[in-house]
Design a protein around this ligand. Structure first.
Ligand code: NAD
Length: 502
Protein backbone atom coordinates (compact mmCIF):
# COMPACT_ATOMS: atom_id res chain seq x y z
CA UNK A 1 0.00 0.00 0.00
CA UNK A 2 1.31 3.45 -0.79
CA UNK A 3 0.58 4.95 2.62
CA UNK A 4 3.64 6.98 3.52
CA UNK A 5 2.96 8.15 7.02
CA UNK A 6 5.86 10.58 7.08
CA UNK A 7 4.56 12.34 3.94
CA UNK A 8 1.09 12.68 5.43
CA UNK A 9 2.63 13.84 8.69
CA UNK A 10 4.43 16.67 6.88
CA UNK A 11 1.34 17.52 4.85
CA UNK A 12 -0.89 17.74 7.95
CA UNK A 13 1.80 19.46 10.03
CA UNK A 14 1.73 16.92 12.86
CA UNK A 15 4.20 17.72 15.67
CA UNK A 16 5.34 15.31 18.37
CA UNK A 17 3.08 15.69 21.41
CA UNK A 18 3.54 17.33 24.82
CA UNK A 19 1.70 17.56 28.10
CA UNK A 20 -0.29 20.75 28.60
CA UNK A 21 -0.20 21.92 32.21
CA UNK A 22 -1.21 25.35 33.41
CA UNK A 23 -0.89 26.79 29.91
CA UNK A 24 2.59 25.34 29.31
CA UNK A 25 3.53 22.60 26.84
CA UNK A 26 6.19 20.32 28.30
CA UNK A 27 7.55 16.78 28.41
CA UNK A 28 6.97 14.24 31.20
CA UNK A 29 9.18 14.68 34.28
CA UNK A 30 10.38 11.09 33.79
CA UNK A 31 11.22 11.73 30.12
CA UNK A 32 9.16 8.65 29.19
CA UNK A 33 7.47 8.68 25.77
CA UNK A 34 5.14 6.51 23.68
CA UNK A 35 5.60 6.01 19.96
CA UNK A 36 2.32 5.70 18.14
CA UNK A 37 2.23 3.17 15.28
CA UNK A 38 -0.21 3.70 12.44
CA UNK A 39 -2.83 0.91 12.48
CA UNK A 40 -2.87 0.58 8.67
CA UNK A 41 0.87 -0.05 8.26
CA UNK A 42 2.52 -0.18 11.71
CA UNK A 43 4.77 2.74 10.70
CA UNK A 44 5.71 5.17 13.50
CA UNK A 45 3.60 8.34 13.41
CA UNK A 46 5.09 10.35 16.26
CA UNK A 47 5.79 10.35 19.98
CA UNK A 48 4.23 11.95 23.02
CA UNK A 49 5.01 11.91 26.76
CA UNK A 50 3.71 9.29 29.15
CA UNK A 51 2.64 11.25 32.22
CA UNK A 52 3.17 9.54 35.55
CA UNK A 53 1.77 10.33 39.00
CA UNK A 54 3.97 13.42 39.41
CA UNK A 55 2.86 14.98 36.10
CA UNK A 56 -0.76 14.10 36.80
CA UNK A 57 -0.52 15.69 40.23
CA UNK A 58 0.81 18.93 38.71
CA UNK A 59 -2.00 18.95 36.14
CA UNK A 60 -4.69 18.33 38.74
CA UNK A 61 -3.28 21.03 41.02
CA UNK A 62 -3.24 23.49 38.11
CA UNK A 63 -6.91 22.69 37.41
CA UNK A 64 -7.69 22.99 41.13
CA UNK A 65 -6.05 26.43 41.32
CA UNK A 66 -7.86 27.58 38.19
CA UNK A 67 -11.12 26.47 39.76
CA UNK A 68 -10.59 27.72 43.32
CA UNK A 69 -8.91 31.01 42.41
CA UNK A 70 -10.64 31.65 39.11
CA UNK A 71 -11.37 33.35 36.89
CA UNK A 72 -13.19 30.65 34.90
CA UNK A 73 -16.01 29.61 37.29
CA UNK A 74 -16.69 33.26 38.13
CA UNK A 75 -16.51 34.69 34.64
CA UNK A 76 -19.73 36.51 33.68
CA UNK A 77 -22.00 34.11 31.81
CA UNK A 78 -21.95 36.27 28.69
CA UNK A 79 -18.18 35.99 28.39
CA UNK A 80 -18.20 32.23 28.71
CA UNK A 81 -20.95 32.03 26.07
CA UNK A 82 -18.86 34.03 23.61
CA UNK A 83 -15.70 31.99 24.26
CA UNK A 84 -17.48 28.69 23.63
CA UNK A 85 -19.09 29.95 20.40
CA UNK A 86 -15.73 31.32 19.23
CA UNK A 87 -14.18 27.93 19.93
CA UNK A 88 -16.90 26.14 17.94
CA UNK A 89 -16.04 28.36 14.97
CA UNK A 90 -12.32 27.64 15.36
CA UNK A 91 -13.01 23.90 15.23
CA UNK A 92 -14.96 24.35 11.99
CA UNK A 93 -12.21 26.52 10.47
CA UNK A 94 -9.61 23.85 11.25
CA UNK A 95 -11.71 20.86 10.23
CA UNK A 96 -9.47 19.69 7.35
CA UNK A 97 -6.37 19.64 9.52
CA UNK A 98 -8.22 17.87 12.35
CA UNK A 99 -9.53 15.18 10.01
CA UNK A 100 -5.98 14.64 8.73
CA UNK A 101 -4.62 14.33 12.26
CA UNK A 102 -7.32 11.81 13.12
CA UNK A 103 -6.41 9.74 10.04
CA UNK A 104 -2.82 9.64 11.31
CA UNK A 105 -3.95 8.76 14.81
CA UNK A 106 -6.61 6.09 14.56
CA UNK A 107 -6.69 5.43 10.81
CA UNK A 108 -10.28 6.62 10.35
CA UNK A 109 -10.55 7.56 6.65
CA UNK A 110 -11.17 11.13 5.56
CA UNK A 111 -14.26 9.85 3.69
CA UNK A 112 -15.95 9.10 7.03
CA UNK A 113 -15.81 12.79 7.96
CA UNK A 114 -19.07 13.30 6.05
CA UNK A 115 -20.98 11.17 8.53
CA UNK A 116 -22.35 13.72 10.97
CA UNK A 117 -21.62 11.95 14.27
CA UNK A 118 -18.01 11.42 13.16
CA UNK A 119 -17.50 14.97 11.90
CA UNK A 120 -15.74 18.04 13.27
CA UNK A 121 -19.03 19.84 12.63
CA UNK A 122 -20.78 17.67 15.20
CA UNK A 123 -18.11 18.52 17.78
CA UNK A 124 -18.47 22.24 17.02
CA UNK A 125 -22.25 21.95 17.33
CA UNK A 126 -21.84 20.40 20.78
CA UNK A 127 -19.91 23.50 21.90
CA UNK A 128 -22.58 25.78 20.46
CA UNK A 129 -25.28 23.73 22.16
CA UNK A 130 -23.64 23.91 25.59
CA UNK A 131 -22.81 27.59 25.20
CA UNK A 132 -26.58 27.99 25.12
CA UNK A 133 -27.01 26.55 28.62
CA UNK A 134 -24.58 28.95 30.31
CA UNK A 135 -26.99 31.86 30.69
CA UNK A 136 -30.03 29.65 31.24
CA UNK A 137 -28.73 27.43 34.01
CA UNK A 138 -31.00 28.74 36.69
CA UNK A 139 -32.32 27.02 39.79
CA UNK A 140 -35.80 27.28 41.29
CA UNK A 141 -37.47 29.28 44.03
CA UNK A 142 -39.69 27.16 46.21
CA UNK A 143 -42.50 27.84 48.71
CA UNK A 144 -42.26 26.90 52.40
CA UNK A 145 -43.64 23.45 53.29
CA UNK A 146 -44.59 23.82 56.94
CA UNK A 147 -46.01 27.31 56.98
CA UNK A 148 -44.26 30.53 57.89
CA UNK A 149 -42.63 32.69 55.32
CA UNK A 150 -39.21 31.80 54.02
CA UNK A 151 -37.22 32.11 50.87
CA UNK A 152 -35.83 28.89 49.46
CA UNK A 153 -33.93 28.60 46.25
CA UNK A 154 -31.73 26.17 44.41
CA UNK A 155 -28.49 27.10 42.65
CA UNK A 156 -26.59 25.16 40.01
CA UNK A 157 -22.88 25.39 40.73
CA UNK A 158 -19.92 23.87 38.90
CA UNK A 159 -18.79 20.59 40.41
CA UNK A 160 -15.07 21.51 40.46
CA UNK A 161 -12.21 19.67 38.78
CA UNK A 162 -13.36 17.15 36.19
CA UNK A 163 -11.15 14.33 34.90
CA UNK A 164 -12.14 13.53 31.32
CA UNK A 165 -10.87 10.23 29.92
CA UNK A 166 -11.36 9.52 26.22
CA UNK A 167 -11.32 6.41 24.04
CA UNK A 168 -9.69 6.45 20.62
CA UNK A 169 -12.58 5.78 18.25
CA UNK A 170 -14.51 9.07 17.96
CA UNK A 171 -12.22 11.82 19.27
CA UNK A 172 -14.15 14.79 17.82
CA UNK A 173 -17.57 14.09 19.27
CA UNK A 174 -16.43 12.48 22.51
CA UNK A 175 -13.94 15.25 23.32
CA UNK A 176 -16.71 17.77 22.75
CA UNK A 177 -19.29 15.83 24.77
CA UNK A 178 -17.01 16.13 27.82
CA UNK A 179 -15.17 19.43 27.45
CA UNK A 180 -18.13 21.54 26.28
CA UNK A 181 -20.50 20.84 29.20
CA UNK A 182 -17.62 20.97 31.69
CA UNK A 183 -16.55 24.43 30.49
CA UNK A 184 -20.14 25.63 30.17
CA UNK A 185 -20.83 24.65 33.77
CA UNK A 186 -17.69 26.49 34.97
CA UNK A 187 -15.57 23.43 35.77
CA UNK A 188 -11.87 23.06 35.11
CA UNK A 189 -10.55 19.92 33.47
CA UNK A 190 -7.71 17.43 33.31
CA UNK A 191 -8.06 15.56 30.05
CA UNK A 192 -6.51 12.22 29.21
CA UNK A 193 -6.79 11.32 25.54
CA UNK A 194 -6.45 7.73 24.41
CA UNK A 195 -2.91 6.72 23.53
CA UNK A 196 -4.38 5.71 20.14
CA UNK A 197 -5.82 9.15 19.32
CA UNK A 198 -3.65 11.76 20.99
CA UNK A 199 -2.40 14.13 18.29
CA UNK A 200 -5.84 15.23 17.14
CA UNK A 201 -6.91 15.94 20.73
CA UNK A 202 -3.77 17.99 21.42
CA UNK A 203 -4.56 20.20 18.42
CA UNK A 204 -8.15 20.72 19.58
CA UNK A 205 -6.83 21.71 23.02
CA UNK A 206 -4.34 24.14 21.46
CA UNK A 207 -7.24 25.99 19.86
CA UNK A 208 -8.87 26.60 23.27
CA UNK A 209 -6.37 29.34 24.10
CA UNK A 210 -7.09 31.05 20.77
CA UNK A 211 -10.75 31.17 21.75
CA UNK A 212 -9.88 32.81 25.10
CA UNK A 213 -9.96 29.90 27.56
CA UNK A 214 -7.50 30.92 30.35
CA UNK A 215 -4.42 28.91 31.37
CA UNK A 216 -5.04 26.06 33.78
CA UNK A 217 -8.69 25.60 32.81
CA UNK A 218 -8.03 22.63 30.52
CA UNK A 219 -4.87 20.58 31.14
CA UNK A 220 -3.82 17.49 29.21
CA UNK A 221 -1.95 14.44 30.46
CA UNK A 222 -0.98 12.15 27.60
CA UNK A 223 -0.08 8.52 28.14
CA UNK A 224 -1.32 5.02 28.69
CA UNK A 225 -3.96 3.57 31.05
CA UNK A 226 -1.23 2.94 33.59
CA UNK A 227 0.42 5.00 34.93
CA UNK A 228 -1.42 8.04 33.48
CA UNK A 229 -5.12 7.13 33.70
CA UNK A 230 -4.66 5.28 36.98
CA UNK A 231 -3.02 8.31 38.65
CA UNK A 232 -5.81 10.57 37.43
CA UNK A 233 -8.77 8.50 38.65
CA UNK A 234 -7.16 8.06 42.05
CA UNK A 235 -6.29 11.72 42.61
CA UNK A 236 -7.95 13.14 45.72
CA UNK A 237 -8.42 16.63 44.25
CA UNK A 238 -10.53 15.41 41.32
CA UNK A 239 -14.25 15.93 41.96
CA UNK A 240 -15.74 14.17 38.96
CA UNK A 241 -14.65 11.54 36.46
CA UNK A 242 -16.22 11.45 33.05
CA UNK A 243 -15.10 8.34 31.23
CA UNK A 244 -15.83 6.84 27.84
CA UNK A 245 -14.29 3.48 27.12
CA UNK A 246 -14.48 -0.20 27.91
CA UNK A 247 -16.67 -1.75 30.58
CA UNK A 248 -13.63 -3.23 32.35
CA UNK A 249 -11.97 0.17 32.88
CA UNK A 250 -15.36 1.67 33.78
CA UNK A 251 -15.72 -0.83 36.63
CA UNK A 252 -12.21 -0.07 37.82
CA UNK A 253 -13.11 3.64 37.92
CA UNK A 254 -16.15 2.94 40.10
CA UNK A 255 -13.95 0.96 42.53
CA UNK A 256 -11.16 3.53 42.73
CA UNK A 257 -13.40 6.59 42.86
CA UNK A 258 -15.32 5.14 45.81
CA UNK A 259 -12.44 6.12 48.11
CA UNK A 260 -13.31 9.80 47.79
CA UNK A 261 -16.87 9.39 46.45
CA UNK A 262 -16.20 11.21 43.21
CA UNK A 263 -19.09 11.88 40.87
CA UNK A 264 -18.79 9.43 37.99
CA UNK A 265 -20.25 9.35 34.47
CA UNK A 266 -19.54 6.27 32.39
CA UNK A 267 -20.15 5.72 28.68
CA UNK A 268 -19.24 2.10 28.07
CA UNK A 269 -19.67 -0.64 25.52
CA UNK A 270 -22.68 -2.27 23.96
CA UNK A 271 -24.06 -5.22 22.03
CA UNK A 272 -26.84 -3.34 20.37
CA UNK A 273 -29.48 -5.28 18.42
CA UNK A 274 -31.06 -4.36 15.09
CA UNK A 275 -34.53 -5.93 15.18
CA UNK A 276 -35.87 -6.54 11.70
CA UNK A 277 -39.61 -7.26 11.41
CA UNK A 278 -41.15 -8.89 8.32
CA UNK A 279 -43.12 -5.77 7.31
CA UNK A 280 -39.98 -3.75 6.62
CA UNK A 281 -37.64 -3.40 3.68
CA UNK A 282 -35.29 -6.17 4.82
CA UNK A 283 -32.68 -5.34 2.16
CA UNK A 284 -32.41 -1.79 3.46
CA UNK A 285 -32.17 -3.10 7.03
CA UNK A 286 -29.44 -5.56 5.97
CA UNK A 287 -27.47 -2.78 4.30
CA UNK A 288 -27.87 -0.49 7.30
CA UNK A 289 -26.86 -3.07 9.91
CA UNK A 290 -23.86 -4.29 7.90
CA UNK A 291 -22.93 -0.71 7.02
CA UNK A 292 -22.78 0.09 10.74
CA UNK A 293 -20.37 -2.75 11.51
CA UNK A 294 -18.14 -2.20 8.50
CA UNK A 295 -18.12 1.29 7.02
CA UNK A 296 -16.09 4.04 8.67
CA UNK A 297 -14.93 2.55 11.95
CA UNK A 298 -15.04 -1.14 10.91
CA UNK A 299 -17.43 -1.91 13.72
CA UNK A 300 -15.34 -0.13 16.35
CA UNK A 301 -18.24 2.03 17.48
CA UNK A 302 -19.98 1.71 20.83
CA UNK A 303 -23.50 1.80 19.43
CA UNK A 304 -23.18 -0.16 16.20
CA UNK A 305 -25.87 -2.83 15.80
CA UNK A 306 -23.51 -5.79 15.74
CA UNK A 307 -26.31 -8.24 16.55
CA UNK A 308 -29.14 -8.50 14.03
CA UNK A 309 -32.35 -10.20 15.15
CA UNK A 310 -34.14 -10.98 11.92
CA UNK A 311 -37.64 -12.42 11.38
CA UNK A 312 -37.49 -15.79 9.64
CA UNK A 313 -39.70 -14.58 6.75
CA UNK A 314 -37.13 -11.97 5.64
CA UNK A 315 -33.99 -13.72 6.85
CA UNK A 316 -32.54 -14.63 3.43
CA UNK A 317 -33.30 -11.23 1.94
CA UNK A 318 -31.53 -9.55 4.89
CA UNK A 319 -28.47 -11.77 4.57
CA UNK A 320 -28.13 -11.17 0.82
CA UNK A 321 -28.12 -7.39 1.32
CA UNK A 322 -25.67 -7.59 4.24
CA UNK A 323 -23.32 -9.70 2.13
CA UNK A 324 -23.45 -7.15 -0.66
CA UNK A 325 -22.25 -4.43 1.75
CA UNK A 326 -19.51 -6.71 3.10
CA UNK A 327 -18.20 -7.03 -0.44
CA UNK A 328 -18.18 -3.28 -1.05
CA UNK A 329 -15.87 -2.31 1.83
CA UNK A 330 -12.56 -0.77 0.78
CA UNK A 331 -9.45 -0.62 2.95
CA UNK A 332 -6.16 1.20 2.50
CA UNK A 333 -4.63 4.64 2.95
CA UNK A 334 -7.13 6.68 5.04
CA UNK A 335 -6.20 9.78 3.01
CA UNK A 336 -7.42 8.11 -0.21
CA UNK A 337 -11.03 9.28 -0.83
CA UNK A 338 -11.92 5.84 -2.20
CA UNK A 339 -11.10 4.18 1.14
CA UNK A 340 -14.25 3.71 3.22
CA UNK A 341 -13.17 1.79 6.32
CA UNK A 342 -10.56 1.73 9.07
CA UNK A 343 -8.10 -0.88 10.21
CA UNK A 344 -8.54 -2.30 13.71
CA UNK A 345 -6.80 -0.01 16.15
CA UNK A 346 -3.96 -2.28 17.29
CA UNK A 347 -2.53 -5.75 17.23
CA UNK A 348 -4.35 -6.73 20.42
CA UNK A 349 -7.73 -5.79 18.96
CA UNK A 350 -6.89 -7.57 15.69
CA UNK A 351 -6.26 -10.83 17.51
CA UNK A 352 -9.27 -10.36 19.75
CA UNK A 353 -11.54 -10.04 16.71
CA UNK A 354 -9.93 -13.06 14.99
CA UNK A 355 -10.49 -14.97 18.25
CA UNK A 356 -14.22 -14.15 18.16
CA UNK A 357 -14.40 -15.38 14.57
CA UNK A 358 -12.88 -18.70 15.68
CA UNK A 359 -15.24 -18.97 18.64
CA UNK A 360 -18.26 -18.33 16.37
CA UNK A 361 -17.15 -21.16 14.07
CA UNK A 362 -16.52 -23.52 16.98
CA UNK A 363 -19.91 -22.73 18.52
CA UNK A 364 -21.60 -23.81 15.26
CA UNK A 365 -22.63 -20.46 13.76
CA UNK A 366 -22.58 -20.35 9.93
CA UNK A 367 -19.84 -18.02 8.60
CA UNK A 368 -21.22 -16.64 5.35
CA UNK A 369 -18.31 -14.40 4.42
CA UNK A 370 -15.09 -12.81 5.71
CA UNK A 371 -13.46 -13.16 9.08
CA UNK A 372 -10.01 -13.65 7.59
CA UNK A 373 -7.24 -11.13 6.92
CA UNK A 374 -6.70 -9.58 3.51
CA UNK A 375 -3.41 -10.54 1.92
CA UNK A 376 -1.03 -8.53 -0.26
CA UNK A 377 0.07 -5.12 0.95
CA UNK A 378 -2.90 -4.82 3.33
CA UNK A 379 -1.45 -7.77 5.24
CA UNK A 380 0.87 -5.44 7.21
CA UNK A 381 -2.08 -3.57 8.71
CA UNK A 382 -4.68 -4.61 11.28
CA UNK A 383 -7.35 -5.43 8.69
CA UNK A 384 -10.04 -8.14 8.90
CA UNK A 385 -12.41 -8.86 6.03
CA UNK A 386 -16.00 -8.06 7.10
CA UNK A 387 -17.67 -11.15 8.53
CA UNK A 388 -21.30 -12.26 8.71
CA UNK A 389 -22.35 -15.12 10.95
CA UNK A 390 -25.85 -16.54 10.31
CA UNK A 391 -27.85 -18.99 12.45
CA UNK A 392 -26.34 -17.56 15.62
CA UNK A 393 -27.74 -18.62 18.97
CA UNK A 394 -28.12 -15.59 21.23
CA UNK A 395 -26.21 -17.42 23.98
CA UNK A 396 -23.04 -17.66 21.87
CA UNK A 397 -20.22 -15.32 22.79
CA UNK A 398 -20.39 -13.66 19.33
CA UNK A 399 -23.95 -12.59 20.28
CA UNK A 400 -23.15 -11.61 23.87
CA UNK A 401 -19.71 -9.95 23.84
CA UNK A 402 -18.78 -6.60 22.37
CA UNK A 403 -16.47 -7.66 19.51
CA UNK A 404 -15.56 -4.12 18.35
CA UNK A 405 -14.77 -5.20 14.81
CA UNK A 406 -16.42 -5.88 11.44
CA UNK A 407 -18.49 -8.88 12.54
CA UNK A 408 -22.29 -9.10 12.29
CA UNK A 409 -24.04 -11.88 14.22
CA UNK A 410 -27.48 -12.71 12.81
CA UNK A 411 -30.06 -14.42 15.03
CA UNK A 412 -33.42 -15.55 13.59
CA UNK A 413 -36.73 -15.00 15.45
CA UNK A 414 -40.39 -15.88 14.90
CA UNK A 415 -42.52 -13.31 16.76
CA UNK A 416 -42.40 -9.95 18.54
CA UNK A 417 -42.17 -11.33 22.08
CA UNK A 418 -39.25 -13.52 21.14
CA UNK A 419 -37.52 -10.57 19.44
CA UNK A 420 -37.85 -8.39 22.55
CA UNK A 421 -36.68 -11.20 24.84
CA UNK A 422 -33.59 -11.83 22.67
CA UNK A 423 -32.86 -8.10 22.36
CA UNK A 424 -32.86 -7.64 26.13
CA UNK A 425 -30.93 -10.85 26.79
CA UNK A 426 -27.52 -9.18 27.15
CA UNK A 427 -25.61 -7.49 29.95
CA UNK A 428 -25.42 -4.34 27.84
CA UNK A 429 -28.09 -1.75 27.05
CA UNK A 430 -26.63 1.07 24.98
CA UNK A 431 -28.68 1.21 21.78
CA UNK A 432 -31.12 -0.68 19.59
CA UNK A 433 -32.58 -0.36 16.10
CA UNK A 434 -36.16 -1.30 15.24
CA UNK A 435 -36.95 -1.83 11.57
CA UNK A 436 -40.69 -1.94 10.85
CA UNK A 437 -43.33 -0.13 8.78
CA UNK A 438 -45.86 -0.47 11.63
CA UNK A 439 -45.74 2.69 13.80
CA UNK A 440 -47.60 1.12 16.72
CA UNK A 441 -45.22 -1.82 16.77
CA UNK A 442 -42.25 0.55 16.54
CA UNK A 443 -43.27 2.45 19.68
CA UNK A 444 -44.47 -0.64 21.54
CA UNK A 445 -41.18 -2.43 21.00
CA UNK A 446 -39.11 0.71 21.73
CA UNK A 447 -40.71 0.97 25.15
CA UNK A 448 -39.97 -2.66 25.97
CA UNK A 449 -36.28 -2.42 25.07
CA UNK A 450 -33.80 -1.93 27.92
CA UNK A 451 -31.52 0.42 25.98
CA UNK A 452 -30.55 4.09 26.26
CA UNK A 453 -31.25 5.01 22.64
CA UNK A 454 -33.64 3.34 20.20
CA UNK A 455 -33.55 4.21 16.51
CA UNK A 456 -36.65 3.43 14.47
CA UNK A 457 -35.70 2.70 10.86
CA UNK A 458 -32.47 4.65 11.34
CA UNK A 459 -30.05 6.00 13.89
CA UNK A 460 -28.47 9.40 14.50
CA UNK A 461 -26.40 10.79 17.37
CA UNK A 462 -27.10 14.51 17.86
CA UNK A 463 -25.62 17.08 20.26
CA UNK A 464 -28.85 17.98 22.03
CA UNK A 465 -30.04 14.40 22.67
CA UNK A 466 -29.16 12.46 25.81
CA UNK A 467 -27.02 9.42 25.02
CA UNK A 468 -25.96 6.64 27.38
CA UNK A 469 -26.55 3.16 28.58
CA UNK A 470 -28.86 0.96 30.60
CA UNK A 471 -27.37 -1.93 32.55
CA UNK A 472 -23.60 -2.41 32.08
CA UNK A 473 -23.39 0.11 29.24
CA UNK A 474 -22.85 2.99 31.60
CA UNK A 475 -23.91 5.49 34.22
CA UNK A 476 -25.53 8.82 33.37
CA UNK A 477 -26.10 10.50 30.02
CA UNK A 478 -23.97 12.59 27.67
CA UNK A 479 -25.55 15.12 25.35
CA UNK A 480 -28.13 17.78 26.01
CA UNK A 481 -29.21 19.30 29.28
CA UNK A 482 -28.59 16.21 31.42
CA UNK A 483 -24.97 16.27 30.36
CA UNK A 484 -24.56 19.95 31.29
CA UNK A 485 -26.23 19.30 34.66
CA UNK A 486 -23.91 16.37 35.35
CA UNK A 487 -21.07 18.92 35.74
CA UNK A 488 -23.00 20.83 38.39
CA UNK A 489 -23.96 20.39 42.01
CA UNK A 490 -27.39 21.50 43.16
CA UNK A 491 -27.26 23.73 46.22
CA UNK A 492 -30.27 24.70 48.32
CA UNK A 493 -30.18 28.11 50.01
CA UNK A 494 -32.94 29.07 52.40
CA UNK A 495 -33.70 31.92 54.72
CA UNK A 496 -36.65 32.53 57.06
CA UNK A 497 -38.37 35.85 56.35
CA UNK A 498 -39.99 36.06 59.77
CA UNK A 499 -38.85 35.12 63.27
CA UNK A 500 -41.56 32.45 63.39
CA UNK A 501 -39.42 30.09 61.21
CA UNK A 502 -36.20 30.43 63.19
P1 NAD B 1 -10.33 1.59 26.91
O1 NAD B 1 -11.21 1.36 28.09
O2 NAD B 1 -9.26 0.61 26.62
O3 NAD B 1 -9.59 2.99 27.04
C1 NAD B 1 -10.32 4.18 27.24
C2 NAD B 1 -9.44 5.19 27.97
O4 NAD B 1 -9.20 4.71 29.29
C3 NAD B 1 -8.07 5.39 27.31
O5 NAD B 1 -7.73 6.75 27.40
C4 NAD B 1 -7.16 4.53 28.19
O6 NAD B 1 -5.81 4.95 28.17
C5 NAD B 1 -7.80 4.74 29.55
N1 NAD B 1 -7.48 3.72 30.55
C6 NAD B 1 -7.14 2.44 30.35
N2 NAD B 1 -6.91 1.83 31.53
C7 NAD B 1 -7.12 2.76 32.50
C8 NAD B 1 -7.06 2.75 33.92
N3 NAD B 1 -6.71 1.67 34.61
N4 NAD B 1 -7.37 3.88 34.59
C9 NAD B 1 -7.74 4.99 33.93
N5 NAD B 1 -7.79 5.07 32.58
C10 NAD B 1 -7.49 3.96 31.87
O7 NAD B 1 -11.30 1.78 25.65
P2 NAD B 1 -10.93 2.06 24.12
O8 NAD B 1 -10.36 0.81 23.50
O9 NAD B 1 -10.17 3.31 23.98
O10 NAD B 1 -12.39 2.33 23.52
C11 NAD B 1 -13.25 1.29 23.18
C12 NAD B 1 -14.35 1.13 24.19
O11 NAD B 1 -15.00 2.38 24.39
C13 NAD B 1 -15.43 0.19 23.71
O12 NAD B 1 -15.84 -0.65 24.76
C14 NAD B 1 -16.55 1.14 23.29
O13 NAD B 1 -17.83 0.56 23.32
C15 NAD B 1 -16.42 2.21 24.30
N6 NAD B 1 -17.05 3.45 23.81
C16 NAD B 1 -18.23 3.84 24.39
C17 NAD B 1 -18.89 4.98 23.92
C18 NAD B 1 -20.19 5.44 24.53
O14 NAD B 1 -20.56 6.59 24.31
N7 NAD B 1 -20.89 4.62 25.28
C19 NAD B 1 -18.34 5.72 22.88
C20 NAD B 1 -17.13 5.29 22.32
C21 NAD B 1 -16.48 4.15 22.80
Amino acid sequence: MSLTVQQHRAQVGLQDGSLFVDGQWRQARSGKTWTHLHPATQEPVGTFPVADAEDVDEAVRAARRAFDEGPWPNLPAGQRVKILHRYADLLRENADELRGLQALDNGVPLSFGNVYAASVDAAADVFDHHAGWIDKAGGETLPGYQGGEHLAMTLREPIGVAAAILPWNAPFLLYAQKIAPALAAGCTVVLKPSEYATFVVLRMVELLADAGVPDGVVNVVTGTGEPTGGALIGHELVDKISFTGSREVGKRIVEVSAATLKRVSLELGGKSPAIVFPDTDASLAGMTAMGMVTLGLSGQGCVVCSRALVHRDVYDEFLTAAEMIAGSVTYGDPFDPAVLSSPLINDKQLHRVLGFVESGKQDGARLITGGDRPDGELGAGNFVNPAIFADVDNKMSIAQQEIFGPVLSVVPFSDEDEAVRLANDTEYGLGAGVFTADAQRAFRVSRRLRAGTVGINGFQVEPHLPFGGYKQSGLGREGGRSSFESYTELKTVLMPLTDEMM
